[in-house]
Design a protein around this ligand. Structure first.
Ligand SMILES: [Zn+2]
Length: 330
C-alpha cells in the first residue's frame, strides 16, 4: 500500500515535472544510495530482484544525483566527519554491493563519463570465481523448473512454477524461505537442488562469471573508484563467532589492500539489515581500522552517532524519483 502510494506520487510528480522542485528541497545531510546489479534483469537467468536499474536509468540517476547533491566517497566522508559538519550541504555517496561484473561493464563507464566516484563493496571469495550466490542459484533452478511445483521444507503450501509469473513466484518463495524457523537459507538451497535435479544439471553446464576479477577491480581503483570490503564469504556476521567475524572483516581488508596496493577505509555488512550485524561487528570493524561501515537500512543522516552503522537507501527501480519520497519518510 505504502509502495503503491509512493509510486503514484512519483508518477504524478514526474508527469507534472515537479520532481526537480522536491529534490532541491531535500534537507542537508548525508544520503547513501546503494545499488547491486546494473542492466536488463529480463536478460538474466538468475535472480531478477538483485538488479537495481538499467544502464540507461543509471545514467539518469547519476545526472540527477549530481544536480542535487555533492557526491563524495567514503574517504571524503571520513574527513568531513572529523570536522563534524554534515549539515552544510546535501552529500550523497553512490555504493554497490557484491561486486557483480556489470558493476565494471555497465556502471563504471557511466560513473567515469560523469566524473563521479562510486564505492564498490567486494566479497573477496567471489572475485575471479565461478561462484553463484544462493539467491541466484535458487532463482535459476526454479526458473528452469517451470511446469512443476515446489513446497518449502516443513510447509504444506505448494508454489506452482508457472513461466507467466515465475519472477513473482521466485520472490514469494525467497521471502517465505527467509521466514522459516528451522531451516537456514542454505538448507533451503539444498532442498531446491534435491527436488529439481534436471535444472541443477543445466546450471552445471553454465560456467557463469557473475563477478568481477582483480584486474577489473584494479582498473576501477586506478580510475578514481573506491573499493571497500563486503567480507570474505558474504556470510551474515551476526550468525558468526567473534573469531569468524574477525577473519571476515580483517582478512578481506588485508587481501584487497594487498591486491590493489591501497588503503581500504570502509566496509558494507552482508545483507545489512539490523539483525545481520551486532556489537561484535562494530568492535571488529573498529579493531581492523575501518573508518566507515554501512548497513542496508533506509535513512539519511544529519549527524552520525556511530560511523559503523550508516544507513543506505536501496535502489530498486529505474525511476529514481520514487527515492525522493523515501528520503522524506525514512
Ligand atoms: Zn551483498
Amino acid at each position: 500500500m505504502y509502495h503503491r502510494f509512493q509510486e503514484m506520487l512519483s508518477k504524478v510528480l514526474l508527469y507534472t515535472k515537479a520532481t526537480d522542485f522536491f529534490w532541491k528541497r531535500l534537507p542537508s545531510g548525508l544520503y547513501v544510495f546503494n545499488y547491486h546489479r546494473i542492466g536488463v534483469a529480463e536478460a538474466s537467468g538468475y535472480d531478477h530482484a538483485i538488479f537495481s536499474c538499467s544502464s540507461e536509468a543509471f545514467d539518469e540517476h547519476v545526472l540527477k544525483l549530481k544536480e542535487n547533491f555533492t557526491i563524495i566517497n567514503c574517504a571524503q566522508l571520513a574527513e568531513i566527519l572529523e570536522q563534524e559538519v554534515l549539515t552544510d550541504k546535501r552529500y550523497a555517496i553512490i555504493t554497490f554491493d557484491d561486486g557483480y561484473v556489470d558493476n565494471y561493464t555497465h556502471a563504471f563507464p557511466i560513473l567515469k563519463k560523469h566524473n563521479v566516484s562510486g564505492s564498490f563493496y567486494i566479497a573477496t571469495d567471489f572475485v575471479d570465481s565461478n561462484h553463484i550466490p544462493w539467491w541466484d542459484e535458487i532463482a535459476f533452478i526454479l526458473r528452469n523448473s517451470c511446469g512443476e511445483a515446489y513446497q518449502l521444507p516443513s510447509s504444506n503450501y505448494s508454489f506452482v512454477l508457472d513461466s507467466a509469473n515465475i519472477n513473482q513466484t521466485i520472490r514469494q518463495i525467497m521471502n517465505a524461505a527467509k521466514l522459516l524457523r528451522n531451516y537456514s537459507i542454505l538448507e533451503v538451497l539444498d532442498d531446491v537442488r534435491a527436488k529439481f535435479p534436471t535444472a541443477v544439471k543445466k546450471l552445471k553446464l553454465t560456467e557463469p562469471k557473475l563477478f568481477m576479477n582483480w584486474s577489473q577491480i584494479n582498473e576501477m581503483a586506478n580510475s578514481g573508484m573506491e573499493i571497500g570490503s563486503h567480507t570474505l564469504s558474504h556470510r551474515i556476521l551476526s550468525q558468526l563467532s567473534r573469531e569468524e567475524q574477525k577473519q571476515e572483516v580483517s582478512n578481506s581488508k588485508k587481501l584487497i589492500e594487498a591486491k590493489l596496493s591501497c588503503q581500504i577505509t570502509s566496509i558494507a555488512y552482508p545483507v545489512g539489515r539490523y539483525h545481520c550485524y551486532n556489537q561484535t561487528s562494530f568492535e571488529e570493524v573498529k579493531e581492523a581500522n575501518y573508518l566507515i561501515a554501512f548497513n542496508n537500512e533506509p535513512g539519511s543522516h544529519r549527524s552520525i552517532s556511530n560511523q559503523f552503522d550508516i544507513n543506505r537507501y536501496c535502489v530498486a527501480r529505474d525511476d529514481i524519483n520514487y527515492l525522493r519520497f523515501e528520503c522524506c519518510f525514512k
